[in-house]
Design a protein. Structure first.
Ligand SMILES: [Zn+2]
Ligand SMILES: [Zn+2]
Lengths: 199, 248
């Protein structure tokens, strides 16, 4: 028995594919969109397509960007000798909100998780090493999540970067073990950044 | 539906929604259990440390027919050191993946729980020794009923001589008369050692000196034997291998 017209169930199943959205939420969102104007539905659809079409990876730091290089990589006031390595673009937002960091970034797009089959080759580590060879950095700050995958990623980076003779540090665990960096409040994260230690 | 209190070892986790995780644990009472751990990705969550892989704890789980829910728990041993060393982390991940792969959900196996706990404890005390990993593999297979036949030729029953082979397909040692080729050659020393790994107390095995040839033989045999039963290579193995060949 079909409960919903085909276009409705199509929308629901598309929404249900998104992370954190189950069938119930997908239904609720679908009926919310149906209750709104055609114009706002179009606005939403166009925003998704525009973001997907216009956003690409920054050729320097691998962050999502519309212009290449991204605004942070282009900004003249940023300290180009300090490089902060993060797991994903959302972590840059969190770091920027602290106002503590004036350097530039590198986005790995993930973290090492052997049991899930995610190794160094699946991350933007090759790109990072190329940057380290090309540019002169005083210090690499590893700001991966304070969980087992983030820790493993930091240890791996230390293993390959230390032999290059570049100073590498890890943000301090002022944060409780096991959380996601993007949920830390600015004060905690700012403290963690000040208390970073050498790897 | 019921509340269960049990000792548990965290195997792995997967993000769910905004701040939750689906956590897989191996429990003493109920074997492998999957449960939702609410809010644990928030950096201020009190349960965040509890669901980190390898953590040994006592958990209270609200158990339902499908996915359980973690109510609360206390850490007994965090095994934090295993997460602060790459080879330990990769080795422990391998143990967890092996158990995850070979055991179904809610298949209560207290022997497996004890073996897992003792091996992690050994990793913590003396590091992730190759012998401890081989012992774990052999004993896990034995508990699950796949103990390899190591006393004599598995085909003709002839006593073991100097030259022999291991066949995953036949499940043990094959003498040179019965071997049709294509098997893994194995030395007398390795066979004896594998027998000891199956029977002697874990801690006594630490004093055994392992030469490079035996280490290689046993790794080839166990990798092949496990692959025969799992039918696909475990994901954590390639990372573990890449660390060994890595010389900074
Ligand atoms: Zn950039
Ligand atoms: Zn024979």
């Amino acid at each position: 028995m079909r409960y919903f017209a085909r276009p409705l169930s199509r929308l629901m199943s598309q929404l249900a594919k998104l992370p954190g959205i189950g069938p119930k939420t997908a239904q609720r969102l679908t009926f919310y969109i149906m209750g709104g104007s055609l114009e706002s539905a179009r606005e939403l659809a166009n925003a998704i397509i525009e973001a997907r079409e216009k956003i690409r990876y920054c050729s320097v730091c691998c962050n999502y960007t519309e212009e290449d290089p991204c605004p942070i990589c282009q900004a003249p006031e940023r300290d180009r000798s300090l490089l902060c390595v993060v797991e994903n673009p959302r972590d840059i937002l969190a770091m920027e909100k602290t106002g503590e960091f004036k350097g530039i970034y590198h986005v790995l797009h993930g973290s090492i998780s052997p049991i899930d089959g995610i190794g160094p080759d699946n991350l933007r580590i090759k790109e990072l090493l190329e940057r380290l060879k090309k540019d002169n950095f005083q210090e690499i700050i590893v700001a991966t999540d304070p969980n087992v995958e983030g820790e493993a990623t930091a240890l791996y980076l230390a293993r390959i970067i230390k032999p290059l003779g570049i100073r590498i540090s890890r943000i301090a665990h002022g944060l409780p073990v096991g959380g996601d960096l993007e949920y830390a409040d600015e004060v905690t994260l700012g403290k963690a950044l000040q208390g970073r230690k050498e790897l | 539906m019921s509340l269960v209190r049990t000792e548990a070892l965290i195997m792995k986790g997967m993000d769910l929604g905004e701040a939750d995780r689906i956590v897989t644990a191996f429990t003493r009472k109920k074997g492998k259990v999957r449960m939702v751990a609410g809010g644990v990705r928030r950096t201020r969550s009190s349960m965040a440390a509890l669901v980190q892989p390898f953590t040994y704890s006592s958990l209270v789980i609200y158990s339902t027919s499908s996915l359980g829910r973690l109510r609360h728990g206390e850490i007994i041993e965090s095994f934090a050191g295993l997460r602060e060393d790459l080879v330990s982390m990769a080795s422990a991940s391998y143990l967890m993946e092996l158990v995850d792969f070979l055991l179904g959900e809610e298949d209560s196996q207290e022997g497996v729980f004890t073996l897992l706990l003792n091996t992690l404890q050994l990793f913590k005390e003396v590091g992730p020794r190759v012998l401890a990993i081989r012992t774990f593999e052999l004993r896990l297979m034995a508990i699950l009923g796949y103990s390899p036949h190591l006393d004599s030729c598995v085909v003709c029953g002839a006593d073991y001589e100097n030259k022999a082979f291991f066949s995953s397909n036949q499940g043990g040692i094959i003498c040179s008369n019965c071997s049709g080729g294509g098997k893994i050659p194995v030395s007398l020393g390795s066979v004896r050692l594998m027998n000891e790994l199956l029977t002697k107390p874990l801690r006594k095995l630490l004093n055994i000196r392992l030469d490079g040839l035996m280490e290689e033989e046993m790794e080839r045999i166990m990798t092949d034997y496990i692959l025969y039963h799992t039918e696909r290579e475990l994901k954590s193995l390639s990372f573990l291998r890449s660390l060994k060949s890595f010389n900074p």
